[in-house]
Write a protein that binds this ligand. Structure first.
Ligand code: PLP
Length: 219
């Protein structure tokens, strides 16, 4: 990571590393935290709920997987950011529950930058409208954008994300503090860092290949 920052003229330590915990048993997650990881990424609410009581509480948790509106209530109190907001319906539900809990929830808008049918995220063409509608909600604070570029995507898509991020900053939205571009995983973090990402989400690169056959709660 430090090498990538240097290579692309990014300030040292300016890109935050998230440990993505899907399928990883809590002991291993805690070991990563003990080694200095300060941010965890959770894909699945069910899995997160089954593990969270075993996490030592020193790391922040962000939701990075698709979040159904009826599941917001399970995470509203324990996470510091929801990176996967891709509809106004979801933003409204986060706002409603955040207000109820007397807090403001930080969110990223997830962009389906590859335009893939199989992926969640708002389309590029719908992004600015979603941003404006979400910015009207007082208990939600937009912090930036998240994307999962298709495997092997051309660099133009990363550059496009960087451009959208800059455009969002320039909009001067209310209830917003646009400072986070969450882009890049184990296989593409260098390209992401080249194009302005300041939060990379790493699973395999930290924990090794995922074993989906094992029940995570068994450790
Ligand atoms: C699994 C996952 C990652 C991490 O992927 P790796 O290739 O294992 O680093 C990052 N972001 C999201 C949204 C994921 O689901």
């Amino acid at each position: 990571m430090a090498e990538a920052e240097q290579k692309f003229g990014r300030e040292k330590g300016s890109v935050r590393i998230m440990a993505v915990t899907k399928t990883v048993p809590p002991e291993k997650v805690n070991a990563a935290v003990a080694e200095g990881i300060t941010l965890l990424g959770e894909n699945r609410v069910q899995e997160y709920l089954s593990k969270k009581d075993q996490y030592d509480n020193s790391a922040e948790v962000h939701i990075i997987g698709h979040l159904q509106t009826n599941k917001v209530k399970y995470v509203i109190d324990s996470v510091t950011m929801i990176q996967s907001v891709d509809s106004i319906k979801l933003a409204h539900e986060i706002n409603r529950l955040a207000e109820k809990h007397g807090r403001v929830m930080d969110v990223l808008l997830e962009v389906n930058i590859g335009g893939e049918d199989s992926k969640t995220g708002i389309s590029e063409s719908g992004l600015m409208e979603l941003a404006e509608e979400t910015a009207a909600l007082k208990n939600v604070r937009i912090r930036g954008l998240m994307a999962i570029p298709p495997i092997g995507a051309e660099e133009a898509l990363y550059a496009q994300m960087e451009k959208l991020f800059e455009q969002l900053k320039e909009k001067d939205l209310p209830n917003a503090q646009i400072d986070t571009l969450s882009m890049g995983m184990s296989g593409d973090y260098e390209t992401a860092v080249k194009y302005g990402s300041n939060l990379i989400r790493i699973g395999t690169g930290l924990f090794g290949a995922r074993d989906y056959t094992k029940k995570v709660t068994e450790g």
